[in-house]
Design a protein around this ligand. Sequence first.
Ligand code: PLP
Length: 417
Amino acid sequence: MPITQTREIAAASRLDNVRYAIRDLVGLADEVTKQGHKVLPLNIGDPNAFDFQTPAHMVEAVYKAMRDGKNGYAPSPGIKEALDAIRGEAARKGITSVQDVFVTNGVSETVDACLTALLNPGDDLLTPCPDYPLYSALLTKLGIKLNTYYLNEEDGWQPELDDIRKKVTPRTRGIVLINPNNPTGSMCTRKMLEQVADLAREHNLIIFADEIYDKLILDDDEHISMAAVAPDLPIVTFGGLSKNYLVPGWRIGWGIVSGDAAVVKQYAEGIQRLLRARLCANHPEQYAIKPALEGPQDHLIEVRKKLRSRRDLTVQWCNSTPRVSCVSPRGAFYAYPRIDIPEGDDVFVKELILQKYVMVVHGSGFGQKPGTKHFRIVFLPDEKTLSSAYAAIGKFMQERYTSLAQISAKFPHSKHR
Ligand code: PLP
């Protein structure tokens, strides 16, 4: 008689606090969809889910690679022509002290490799609050205590230098800077980059410069790369095809290690060791890197034009709606409006999906200053969809908070949480 195993397999306890709010909401949306409602998705930063198309010459390059038999494993750091193209891109970004480059399965894997190769138990890494939740999820997985510094909403979401200074500990190894930022859409000024660099110099920190949105600049600003401002410092610049080149499903990202050769050598070798252990990044898709970076950039004109118009619509709605206010985003496709509501922003977001079928992500999924509430909007959908979504959110707030305000007035000690 065969013995069957009946004991439930428990997931490792290190996962207890691993969260990724952006996708954790999908189950709720599925329920609403099953009930026959069309959900308006303002939650996931996937341009290809909307009216944005991958440049045809990139698709051709991958198709050709597949036809030419580039379907086996690639070299672990990446194929040579892609690595050369990334070095060329680094030069265009003004990064002069490049020591190493490598290709990964999306920037997600770059972050994983760079953090895993750096941090020992007891170390910490400064990450922004609010942050793109991959960072906190990964640090939690690695068993590293979170050490977050605030972005200042009153200062256009620039990093708060005093807070960074306060939070540096003897075990702080580095600092993450997301520029342009997810979830706020802010961009760092040159002065801010210089000041963060000074702090990093003073405390021997490595800088992780997540610049995955560096070509999605909405106004006439110039994107300034951290590694161009501080060629002497150990910096890993993260970039990739997902957003700028409209192929998030291809999973192509990269890291550019810059700084003093002797300072970064051992660490860069550590990253390469990890990359060898995972064999390689997607092979045929790597053949799109050179055509993307060196070929026509025409799609960016159209993408920026659409995003600018959708950003303007979003900010206009936010700033003309009671209880909502928003710092105007300058890059990427995210807005992070503040809301003045008498309940948690997680409740707000859940009820909004259930009642009006609009999906946004709650601020508590990214982090925010105590006492403040926000939600993240992805303004990739077209103007018509955005207008419907904003009308629905406005109606929801009016219905819900007019009556909640009345209840609060009647029962002043009750808490709507
Ligand atoms: N970094 C930031 C700031 C992001 O917003 C994202 C995705 O949304 C990533 C990294 C991950 O990008 P990839 O698709 O290259 O893994």
